[in-house]
Design a protein around this ligand. Structure first.
Ligand SMILES: Nc1ncnc2c1ncn2[C@@H]1O[C@H](COP(=O)(O)OP(=O)(O)OP(=O)(O)O)[C@@H](O)[C@H]1O
Ligand SMILES: [Mg+2]
Length: 416
């Protein structure tokens, strides 16, 4: 039987399969070789959609439930809970993950024209920060989900180490690379000795000088952007008649993907309705109520992400909130993004420094930084990281495919 290598990401996923002596990425949605990590349970038509189609069906207003960022639930007690699908049925979060993994495995089997029962799965350096037991549990939950779809032999590899293998495959000399994998949910760093001679070995433990990660990445920037722009127009940080800040929980929940649905619970909606007297500007309350009544939370979060990507490489954009209120438009530029996310940027750069420091290596000994993960498209962020290592060459990999390719390289060594 054949094997595959799965990059199950918070935001995007991909799967690599052997292709003769080489590797290829399997098409996972039409011709695309990466897809958003999302499943839409369409209760209108009793179907399931994956990836872009899932997001599309949700936006088109079909009845049902959109599940995204399922990876972030791993390691939390919530993972074994069930979530309502809206038609009276319910499903466990870990089963949603299994359904998604099954989609990836089937895509891999189709691409390889063979059944698959072995896999290398990527994992972040930490699923859960500062809690080794929860972290262990997260990996176990992911493994159980993978087994439930027929993968019998499973190996894990750290995502940034996989990216290092991808980088290494294009190098001709030895060096010390700091891999910066800045994704949706986590920013992971690994300091790895790479080189053509080292590539021949399967066991590379000694070449990994340090790895370190933090739970701060793309979705945290989205949150900051949403709070600083859109949600301010709905009363976030506004003061009540007595000069106190309006209770902010609803805003934080609206800005957090997996909590958005909690805001729509009838009890919360009526509580929010009763808060009207606290709003010095009633238009803020009107907009907030329109958002919860029309269930626009996910759409607002998507606007924040779009705005972030829109200015990622410098420039400006407009956030169009027509669905909340006619002609409500907010200008947004890179300077605002930098300011909204300064704390995140600082923490990510610090994690990179800590990684190198843990290894007992001087910043100057790092010969290259290899950037991968969607959030390395944020020019100010990769710039801040590069500035912390002035002697390192900045190398940009394929933002969304390096990890899957690197996991494939590892799988070939393990299974061949
Ligand atoms: N052009 C871009 N510029 C900036 N950010 C981007 C761009 N494209 C995608 N992103 C962001 O990249 C993130 C997703 O990156 P990626 O697909 O690498 O994450 P992931 O692998 O799913 O997550 P993780 O590795 O944390 O589990 C999202 O937050 C998305 O908004
Ligand atoms: Mg990733």
């Amino acid at each position: 039987m054949n094997y595959c290598a799965i990059d199950f990401g918070t935001s995007n996923s991909a799967v690599a399969v052997p292709d003769g002596a080489a590797l290829k990425l399997a098409p996972v949605e039409g011709a695309y070789t990466t897809l958003p990590t999302s499943v839409f349970f369409n209760t209108d038509e009793d179907t399931r959609e994956f990836g872009r189609a899932a997001l599309g069906a949700y936006i088109d207003g079909f009845d049902g439930r959109l599940m995204r960022s399922m990876k972030s639930i791993l390691g939390s007690p919530l993972a074994d809970n069930s979530t309502d699908l809206g038609d009276g049925s319910a499903i466990k979060y870990t089963d949603v993950i299994a359904i998604f993994l099954d989609h990836l495995k089937r895509s891999a089997e189709k691409s390889a024209s063979a059944p698959i029962d072995r896999a290398v799965l990527g994992r972040p350096v930490f699923f859960v920060d500062d809690d080794p037991r929860a972290d262990q549990m997260a990996q176990k939950q992911l493994e159980t989900a993978a087994r439930s779809v027929g993968l019998r032999e499973i190996h894990f590899q750290y995502e940034p180490i996989a990216a290092a293998f991808d980088y290494e495959s294009r190098r001709t000399n030895e060096g010390l690379v700091l891999v910066a994998d800045i994704g949706g949910g986590t920013s992971d760093f690994s300091l790895v000795r790479v080189g053509p001679e080292r590539m021949k070995q399967v066991e590379r433990k000694d070449d990994v000088l340090a790895h370190h990660g933090v739970h701060v990445a793309g979705t945290d920037f989205d949150r900051r952007v949403e709070l600083a722009t859109i949600l301010r127009e709905l009363g976030y940080q506004a003061l009540d008649p007595e000069g106190r800040e309006i209770p902010n929980r609803v805003y934080f929940d609206l800005a957090t993907w997996h909590l958005i649905n909690t805001v729509y619970a009838p009890k919360r909606v009526s509580e929010l309705g009763l808060m009207r007297h606290l709003f010095t500007e009633v238009k803020h309350h009107d907009r907030l109520m329109r958002v919860v009544e029309r269930r626009l939370g996910h759409a607002l979060a998507a606007h924040a992400e779009e705005a972030k990507i829109g200015v990622a490489a410098g420039g400006e954009t407009v956030i169009d909130l027509d669905e909340v209120e006619d002609d409500l438009r907010l200008a947004f530029d890179e300077a605002q993004l930098i300011e909204a996310g300064q704390d995140e940027t600082r923490r990510i750069v610090q994690a990179a420094r800590d990684t190198v420091q843990t290894a007992g290596v001087s910043m100057r000994d790092v010969s290259a930084i290899y950037f991968t993960g969607g959030s390395t498209g944020l020019a100010f962020l990769s710039g801040a990281l590069a500035a912390a290592f002035p002697d390192a060459e900045a190398v940009f990999g394929d933002r969304l495919a390096s990890v899957a390719t690197g996991l494939g390289i590892h799988a070939r060594r393990v299974f061949a």
